[in-house]
Design a protein around this ligand. Structure first.
Ligand code: LLP
Length: 421
């Protein structure tokens, strides 16, 4: 459920009519709903209930400071994967003890930044990284709290570009090798082993892969405890999928996902961390775009909109399906006709949808791409010298621009021409 609904024939974000935002900010623009973000965070937080836990929002899915501030104020922790994301979490007021640092290639600078600024734990992905963290922590006179990310060799049954839990993927330490690496970690001067981390992929629409991975984590917890390690925290990653279409998908609910956690790991006495991104932010955002032209082609018609692959790359990158709805609700019974919805960027990949059944649309009509709050704005670029897409946050009947559209001067002003040219 989200808060983007038609009222009196006009699409609203909570209590704000989308045309009002368009009049103030123009298009394309991302619009987020604070109530939806809040609701989705609480679904996890409340399902975990009395189990000791921390829901760490995966910043990579939506890193706007206002979004982070909102979630942080609800008690969320943050999952960061770069020094930039760590700085964002801090700038949004989230304390280090609620920030976990994931990612396969943390640099010495990033490790130092987190150790000096405060960190809940590093999720470590390799032996060389473990050695680097130990060395830097020891230099600083610290012991770094560490969970090792294990690769459970489980098929997440999701898009190949976002599956991470198979042995052929670049992520984590093979689970079969884990006991040796934990023994090595325990002997390092700058390391304090506190737990286990696992993340098998994103947009998972079934519970079985989670269950298989969590059962392996359980067996490993028992084996490591028998080896003398104090395993007290389990970070189970993110990955729960969302419905992108209105009818044919019904991914498991957070409460069902948490049920699997409870059943597989609930009696181990460990604190549970999860790192959801998409489920919190995905359906809390839409991308609003205006029609530039309707172009009648040979055998197919193209709806050319002012958003493009640089603003929302998911359809061209993963073949992702985003619901497209007109901001003015079509009258009941309006006939639908197939349209290719495309952006102005100069490559065929700049296609949002092919032969999508849509009501009649014409230049200057406004449409919304739904489920665009996760991996939308964060993956935007300036390809074709299109300024970064702005972002707006709605709460009740108020809205605020939380990232303005940069001017062309700002965009050009970042380049410098050497004196010798
Ligand atoms: N934790 C780790 C270690 C991750 O790598 C990820 C996502 C998450 C948590 C959050 O996963 P989520 O709950 O959002 O599924 N750009 C792609 C998705 C990439 C996901 C990368 N890792 C897309 O647009 O589908």
């Amino acid at each position: 459920m989200d808060h983007f609904l038609y009222r009196n024939g006009i699409l609203h974000a909570e209590d704000v009519p989308i045309p009002e935002i368009v009049a103030a900010v123009g298009t394309p623009v991302y619009v987020y709903s604070a109530a939806t973000l809040t609701r989705h965070f609480r679904l996890f937080d409340e399902a975990l209930g009395a189990m000791p836990h921390l829901v760490c929002f995966a910043i990579k899915s939506n890193s706007n400071l206002a979004v982070l501030k909102l979630l942080g104020s609800l008690g969320a922790g943050m999952d960061v994967v770069s020094g930039g994301e760590y700085r964002r979490a801090k700038a949004a007021g989230v304390p280090g003890e609620r920030i976990v640092f994931s990612g396969v290639g943390k640099t010495p600078e990033e490790i130092r930044l987190a150790l000096t600024g405060g960190i809940r734990q590093f999720n470590v992905e390799s032996e060389p990284e473990l050695l680097a963290i130990s060395r830097i922590a020891a230099e600083l006179g610290l012991r770094a709290p560490v969970a090792l990310r294990v690769n459970p060799d489980v098929d997440a049954q999701t898009h190949e570009k976002i599956a991470t839990g198979k042995s052929e993927n670049k992520f984590g330490i093979p689970i079969a090798k884990a006991r040796d690496v934990y023994a090595m970690a325990a002997a390092l001067p700058g390391i304090e082993v506190i737990g286990i981390d696992v993340h098998i992929g994103s947009q998972l629409t079934q519970l079985e892969p989670f269950e298989a991975a969590f059962r392996k984590v359980r067996a490993l917890t028992e084996a490591l405890r028998a080896d003398g390690h104090d395993i007290r925290r389990l970070d189970l990653g993110g990955g729960l999928g969302i419905p992108y279409t209105r009818s044919n998908e019904a991914p498991p609910l957070p409460v069902e996902y948490v049920g699997v956690i409870r059943e597989t790991l609930g009696d181990l006495g460990c604190e549970i961390e999860i790192e959801p991104g998409r489920l919190i932010s995905g359906n809390a955002g839409i991308l609003v775009s205006s029609v530039i032209y309707l172009k009648e082609g040979e055998g197919r018609n193209f709806l050319i909109v002012d958003a493009a692959m640089n603003d929302l790359v998911r359809p061209s990158m993963y073949g992702a399906w985003h619901d497209i709805v007109p901001v003015l609700e079509p009258a009941p019974g309006t006939p639908l006709a197939p349209l290719d919805v495309v952006g102005p960027v100069c490559e065929t990949g700049d296609t949002f949808a092919r032969a999508r059944a849509l009501p009649p649309l014409a230049a200057e009509d406004v449409v919304a791409f739904r489920s665009a709050g996760a991996y939308g704005a964060v993956m935007a670029s300036e390809y074709n010298s299109r300024p970064l897409v702005p972002e707006v946050l709605v709460s009740g009947d108020q809205f605020a621009v939380i990232r303005p559209r940069p001017s062309f001067e700002e965009m050009l002003g970042r380049d410098t021409i050497p004196e010798w040219l």
